[in-house]
Design a protein around this ligand. Structure first.
Ligand SMILES: Cc1ncc(COP(=O)(O)O)c(C=O)c1O
Length: 437
């Protein structure tokens, strides 16, 4: 007979090793600083701007979706009730609408059954990594600096990640080839490379067209899959969009992560993955999307029907052309990035101050390089004494790197807040340079 014992107590050593990994903790510091200094202007979060959200629209989109089910698909009232209230198909209910939208917006033409609608793009990353990382020898290559969502998901799955440096034009392909060969020389299998070709988070870098082709060729030569993540592709600052890797992919090399967090709204938590890679063997021919469905059935069962209905309604309401629907939003983010660049140039002219920043072609983020360490202590001082917050770039490196860099996000603020925030940031930076320590 078990006897009553003391209360259960857990130690970190008994829990999964990812929970002791600083990677999963870094954002907590930023959140905590933000909570302690609520009046500070924050260039920290890559959140969408709130000003375009209208509460009444949620109901309108829901209605647009049910009308679509009835009028376009001929569903009965009972079928519509089931579609909204019941558990749904694991791989999604709005796949046709998503397929039409990405054909219109991105020139990506795929069968709806090759798409899995997920709980944000984040779930898609977890599903894909779970499927691809078959054992301890499988390695994921990631851009460095990189997105914490992918490296964090890899940590949860005990998958080894190998950083590959970026330059101003995105992933360094010579470094990628060298990393692939190095992984093989260690007796391991380089499985896939994760990349954000357009307006990357955190660096703001974008890949020119020729490098996109070269990456696809390299992937074929080295038998790699490419995980393309594209949440920011709409938000070109210069007006010149480049084709996605997936739209250039003729060899099923690219697994494409899509998110509606920035192009619709993140509260719906709806994203998707295009996984059209054939899976052969076992007598049956499936595609990777079918395999992902098995994993998804054990993670979230299905993406909430209500969330899909609202996003589906938004797609229907805009004739599956989000790029046109988002025109005002795209203009707003373009304006914000320009306002940030303009304010930096006025408050910290580079001919007078030893600071540098990149000039992204679009997206939410830019990186500033300082002549001193931009660590947690400097961040704390920025928030407390100057009322401004940003993200240390060291958070986004797998090893060392980014110690003197900060990421500035221009998405969440108004142009007026950007101006004031840069004024405060510049005052702090100038003071710190003058202090010389
Ligand atoms: C690089 C990257 N991928 C994906 C996402 C969005 O993921 P989700 O659709 O899960 O919100 C973000 C949002 O911050 C991101 O920066």
């Amino acid at each position: 007979m078990p006897r009553p014992g003391p209360d259960a107590e857990l130690t970190p050593a008994e829990l999964h090793s990812s929970l002791s990994d600083p990677l999963l903790d870094v954002m907590n510091f930023l959140n905590e600083v933000t909570l302690r200094h609520p009046k500070a202007i924050s260039f920290g979060p890559g959140r969408p701007y709130d000003g375009f959200f209208e509460v009444d629209r949620i109901g309108d989109y829901l209605t647009a979706y049910t009308r679509h089910l009835e009028a376009d698909l001929g569903r009965t009232p009972e079928q519509i009730r089931t579609a909204l209230f019941q558990y749904g198909r694991t791989n999604g209910q709005i796949n046709e609408l998503v397929a039409r939208t990405i054909a219109n917006d991105e020139g990506i033409h795929v069968d709806a059954s090759h798409i899995v609608v997920t709980v944000g793009c984040q779930e898609a990353m977890l599903l894909v990594l779970r499927a691809l990382i078959a054992g301890p020898d499988d390695v994921l290559l990631v851009t460095d600096p990189g997105y914490v969502g992918i490296t964090g998901a890899a940590r949860l799955l005990d998958a080894e990640t190998v950083p590959v440096p970026e330059d101003d034009a995105g992933l360094d392909l010579d470094a990628l080839r060298a990393a692939v060969r190095d992984v093989r020389a260690r007796g391991k299998r380089p499985r896939a490379v994760y990349v954000i070709p357009d307006f990357a988070n955190p660096s703001g870098a974008s890949m020119p067209l020729d490098r996109r082709h070269q990456l696809l060729d390299l992937a074929a030569e080295e038998d790699l899959l490419v995980l393309e993540d594209n949440p920011y592709g709409f938000f070109s600052r210069t007006g010149e969009g480049r084709p996605t890797l997936k739209s250039l992919d003729t060899r099923h090399r690219v697994i494409y992560f899509g998110s509606f967090a920035k192009t619709c709204f993140p509260g719906a938590r709806v994203g998707y993955v295009i996984a059209d890679q054939p899976v052969l063997g076992g007598g049956a021919r499936t595609v990777l999307a079918d395999e992902l469905s098995k994993i998804k059935s054990m993670v979230t069962v299905n993406t909430p029907a209500i969330a899909q209905a609202v996003v589906g309604g938004m797609l229907v309401a805009h004739d599956c052309r989000l790029r046109e629907a988002d025109k005002e939003l795209i203009d707003f983010y373009r304006g914000n990035m320009n306002a940030l660049l303009d304010a930096l140039a006025r408050h910290l002219p580079q001919d007078r101050w030893p600071v540098r920043w990149n000039v992204p072609d679009g997206g939410f983020f830019l990186v500033m390089t300082l002549p001193f360490a931009a660590d947690n202590a400097f961040l704390e001082e920025a928030a407390r004494d100057h009322g401004v917050i940003w993200t240390p770039m060291s958070y986004f490196h797998l090893g060392s790197g980014g110690e003197r860099q900060i990421r500035l996000s221009a998405s969440y603020l108004t142009p007026g807040q950007i101006e004031e925030g840069v004024r405060r940031l510049a005052a702090h930076v100038r003071q710190r340079i003058a202090r010389g320590s």
